[in-house]
Structure formats: C-alpha cells, structure tokens
Design a protein around this ligand. Structure first.
Ligand code: NDP
Length: 281
C-alpha cells in the first residue's frame, strides 16, 4: 500500500502558484482573496487561518470580513455586492456554516461567477455539469488532481462516492464523470452499502463519520480517498476511513490529516490565481 501524500503535492502546487503570482505582480496585478465569515464558529476560524497562511506564502493578499452573529441577509448581500464590483478583489469566499437566519444558497447565488473561487454559485455548478470551463469547488478539484498526479486511471474506472453533499459528493460526481469514470454515488438511504463500495476501483468517503469505512467494504487493490475530518473520542482528528484496517486492502490511500485537506486549500489558491490571470490585458 502506498500513501497519497496530499501535503507534499499541495506544497508543490503552492510553490508553482507562487511563481505565477510573482509574474502577475510584475504585470501590476496583485491577486486578492476576500473571505467573509459570519459569527464565531471555532472550526471555521481554523479553516480560514489555514487559508490566510496559504495566501501569505504564495503572495495572494488576504482580506477578511468578519460579520456579527446577528447579521441579516440584506447586510450580507450588501457586502457581497460591494466585493463583486471591487476590481481589486479576484476571489470571494463565503465561509460556512452561516448562522440560522442566513440562507447560504441565496448568498452563493449573489457571488459574481467570475469571482466564485469556491465554485458554489449555481452557474458554476451548472457549467461543471455541462463540462464547461468554470470554477470547480476546491475539494473535488483537489481529489481529481491527486488521482491524476498518482497516475490513477479514471477513464472507465468505477468510482464509488459515499456522501452526496453539495460541497463534496455531488461536484465530485460531475468531475469524475467529466473524466469518463463510471460513477456511483451512495448516501444514508443506500441499501447494502458495502456491496456497492466493494465494487469500487476508486472509493471516496465524504460522510463525516469517524473510521466508518472498514476493510470489509473495500475491494483488494482499490484506491481509497478519505475526505472526512472528524474528532474521535480522544479528540484526535481522524477521517471517515479506518486507515489501519483499510491499508491492508487498498493500493493507494490518503491519510487524515495530510491528504485531501491541504489539497482543498491548494486548489482554492489555484482558483484565485486563475481569476487574477483573467485580468491580464
Ligand atoms: P454532509 O454532512 O453534508 O454529508 C454527508 C453525506 O454522507 C450525506 O450525503 C449523507 O447522506 C452521507 N451519509 C451519512 N451517513 C451515512 C451512512 N451511514 N451511510 C452512507 N452515507 C451516509 O458532509 P460534507 O460532505 O460536508 O462533509 C463530509 C466530511 O468531509 C466531513 O467529515 C467534513 O468535515 C469533511 N470535509 C472535508 C473537507 C476537506 O477539505 N478535507 C472539505 C469538506 C468536508 P444523506 O445525504 O442521505 O444525509
């Protein structure tokens, strides 16, 4: 079994991006990412800190907009509209979760498609499903990059995704389909889950349940990608895949941490640079 080193691969991507940012700066373009956070969610704070560190390393300017917990929809949309027309901003990211009074899908709809570096605006979602150029959401994008980097054949492969969320499972389904994989997507209502997961050449777990995928659910030699970020009973970060157990069966396996997580951030940086590059006259 070989471990897919997402951390090292993300580092390589970031270092290539740094060169691209240096070139953009020579042309007078300073790439800039605006991150909107509403309220005081602890996990979100960790995620945005990691994003700001990555921006700093690459030379992307990071601008954080912290809104009060009791922000209303008009106030949130007003900020998005201001950032949409600000020529100095190349990417807008709305950190989830949002407080209950705010409708995240309404907010995603308002982010200008050309600055929607998270790929959650329905226009970008639709373009992905039509296999057109668009911003691809960062976690699925990172997973595809990883598979390609490790020369995992996608064309004709049977990929099984467990999890159908709008941010991971569904866009990943489209990405894999666009690469000519045969894709099955499972969820909490799927019957006989293990019978399906066992047929996967590539198994991707995006469930949110610690160590859910065991060796008996995996085909011998399968490639296994673990998207999950969970805390176990001892407070340790673990994935959705039981790493030790599944490593007996998988040919390639991502660790948690150090797998999909760093790739997600690297692809966010990629999308910001992609957006900034469109400003070259
Ligand atoms: P969601 O909670 O939105 O979705 C979970 C999915 O898993 C749902 O489709 C759900 O089915 C399915 N599911 C839940 N229980 C079962 C079960 N027993 N059998 C089969 N399917 C099941 O989670 P997210 O997609 O947002 O995140 C999933 C995990 O990935 C989390 O741990 C999250 O922290 C992590 N994550 C990691 C990222 C990274 O960069 N590494 C980025 C984003 C998320 P149903 O739809 O029927 O409810």
């Amino acid at each position: 079994m070989e471990i897919i080193d997402g951390k090292a691969l993300a580092q390589k991507i970031r270092s290539n991006l740094k060169n691209e940012v240096d070139e953009l700066k020579k042309k007078g373009i300073q790439p800039r990412l605006a991150v909107i956070m509403v309220g005081d969610d602890k996990a979100s704070k960790v995620y945005v800190k990691n994003k700001s560190k990555a921006c700093e390393e690459i030379g992307i300017e990071y601008k954080e907009y912290l809104l009060e917990e009791n922000t209303n929809m008009d106030e949130l949309l007003n900020l998005i509209h201001i950032l949409n027309v600000d020529k100095n901003i190349h990417g807008i990211l709305l950190q989830s979760p949002l407080p209950k009074q705010l409708d995240i899908n309404e907010a995603f709809k308002e982010i200008a498609t050309e600055k929607d570096v998270d790929g959650f605006n329905p226009i970008n979602v639709g373009k992905l499903s039509l296999n057109q150029d668009c911003f691809i959401s960062c976690t699925p994008f990172g997973i595809i990059k990883m598979l390609e980097e490790y020369n995992v054949p996608l064309e004709g492969a049977h990929a099984v995704i467990v999890g159908r969320s709008n941010i991971v499972g569904k866009p990943l389904l489209q990405c894999l389909l666009n690469k000519n994989a045969t894709v099955t997507i499972c969820h909490s209502k799927t019957k006989n889950l293990e019978q399906t997961t066992k047929t996967a050449d590539i198994l991707i777990a995006a469930i949110g349940k610690p160590n859910f995928i065991k060796a008996n659910m995996v085909r011998e030699g399968a490639v296994v990608i673990d998207v999950g970020i969970n805390r176990n009973e001892e407070g340790k970060i673990v994935g959705d895949v039981d790493f030790e157990d599944v490593s007996k069966k998988a040919s390639l396996l991502t660790p948690v941490p150090g797998g999909v997580g760093p790739m997600t951030i690297a692809m966010l940086m990629f999308n910001v640079v992609k957006s900034a590059k469109t400003r070259i006259k």
